[in-house]
Design a protein around this ligand. Structure first.
Ligand code: CTP
Length: 398
């Protein structure tokens, strides 16, 4: 982080005492650190300590009480490579989420041109409150990165989630941020994720156990590298907010196809992770079906193959990746799918591997490349698998 300009915002919570240590770590990394403190934070740690450790004057008020000089929050907001706010109290979080600028720190936040990372810290009930959750979601949707609070003993004597992330963790997040690649800036990527639900009647459906995690992890990884994402997702618990993300929520395969048809021609990369139901009921009953006979038949009809449609409508400058989940003759079946659906690459996972598949946090993949080579990867968590897939795509784009 040598020479990186870090503007550190400190708000008024007990965790502010840890910031002295954080500044020491940042200085050890040879970063340049300037600090803005809210007036309330000065009750928890002295500006003299912060100024001494950061080797810079500390900014607290809009004007310097002694010489009457004005502190230009616009200039301050333009100075840093990153604006880190730690600890971020519930009160300051609410102000940032809703655009209040009643002190130098909140005004600088509104003026900041760089990326912002925040590390919230508060008591466990405050952290678990729906308002806090919503405010963090608002910040995320504005592109702010959150370093989640950690579990442990709190100043109140209670034990739970709300502690400021450890200074070492915060430094690691900053290091990763500065190492971040911007490989996908200017690229628009269409991703399908999650299961599809095919309605039988108003209360029942045919679906599957796909969690959507793989597709969301790939989206996160690409957003981190500057891509613009259209994520068409079936029903899932996964959430994601980002200014460069257009999340289109669908239920059925027909709805997913419609969204893909509307968006595919505007994208350069397609990654189709969705576990689309292969069949849907011929008819959806308008009313809840009552039980009657001992057996009950539902007539099913094949769903459209969304990936195949995208392959048929693929332009020369588009790169299309599909997934295959196989239980036998995996390589051969996957290769057939790659050819049939006109894919550039296919990601193969077999349910034979323990730890790979639906609803799990780990996965083991093999990629069939554009030249029909097999690239094998060890078992990893899905976030790392997403990163491998994204790196592979970048290396294989024209
Ligand atoms: N896919 C799709 N639309 C479908 C079915 C699948 O877009 N109606 C996509 C999936 O997102 C995945 C790939 O196609 O990328 C999976 O191929 P598929 O042939 O459907 O695999 P299986 O469902 O495993 O098919 P089969 O039962 O024939 O093995």
């Amino acid at each position: 982080m040598k020479g990186k300009r870090i503007l550190l915002g400190i708000t008024g919570g007990i965790a502010a005492y840890k910031i002295a240590f954080l500044i020491r770590l940042l200085k050890k990394e040879e970063a340049e650190v300037r600090c803005i403190m809210t007036p309330a934070s000065c009750d928890f740690i002295s500006p003299l300590t912060i100024s001494t450790l950061s080797e810079n004057p500390v900014y607290i008020d809009f004007w310097n009480q002694t010489n009457g000089e004005w502190t230009n929050h616009v200039d301050l907001g333009m100075w840093p490579d990153i604006f880190l706010i730690a600890p971020l109290t519930a009160n300051s979080l609410a102000k940032l989420a809703h655009g209040y600028c009643d002190n130098l720190l909140t005004a600088t936040y509104l003026s900041a041109k760089c990326e912002v990372i925040v590390a919230p810290a508060m008591d466990l009930d405050m952290y678990a409150h729906p308002t806090t959750f919503l405010n963090l979601e608002i910040l995320q949707s504005h592109g702010v990165k959150i370093i989640p609070a950690e579990e442990g003993e709190l100043a109140s004597g209670l034990v739970g989630k709300g502690r400021l992330a450890e200074p070492e963790t915060i430094v690691d997040v900053l290091k990763t941020h500065f190492q971040k690649k911007n490989d996908f800036i200017g690229k628009k990527v269409l991703i399908t994720a999650g299961p599809t639900y095919e309605h039988i009647d108003p209360v029942r459906f045919i679906g599957n156990h796909s969690s959507g995690k793989m597709g969301f992890d790939i989206a996160r990884c690409l957003l981190d590298q500057g891509a613009e994402i259209i994520l068409v997702s079936g029903p899932t618990k996964e959430t994601l907010h980002h200014p460069k993300l257009n999340l289109i929520k669908v239920i059925s395969a027909d709805e997913m196809l419609e969204s893909v048809q509307q968006n595919w021609s505007n994208c350069t990369i397609g990654i189709f992770c969705a576990a689309v139901a292969d069949y849907k009921p011929v008819m959806m009953s308008e009313q809840k079906i009552k039980k009657s006979d001992e057996s009950f038949m539902i007539e099913l009809v094949k769903n459209p193959d969304i990936l195949e449609w995208a392959g048929q409508h693929k332009a020369n400058n588009q790169f299309l990746v599909g997934f295959a989940l196989e239980t036998q003759n995996a390589r051969q079946y996957a290769m057939n799918k790659k050819v049939k659906k006109n894919l550039d690459a296919i990601i193969l996972n077999t349910l034979e591997d323990e730890g790979a598949g639906f609803g799990l946090t780990t996965n083991k993949i093999e990629i069939i490349t554009p030249n029909n080579l097999f690239l094998s990867f060890p078992m990893k968590n899905k976030t790392e698998v997403a990163s491998d897939i994204v790196s592979f795509i970048f290396e294989n784009l024209d």
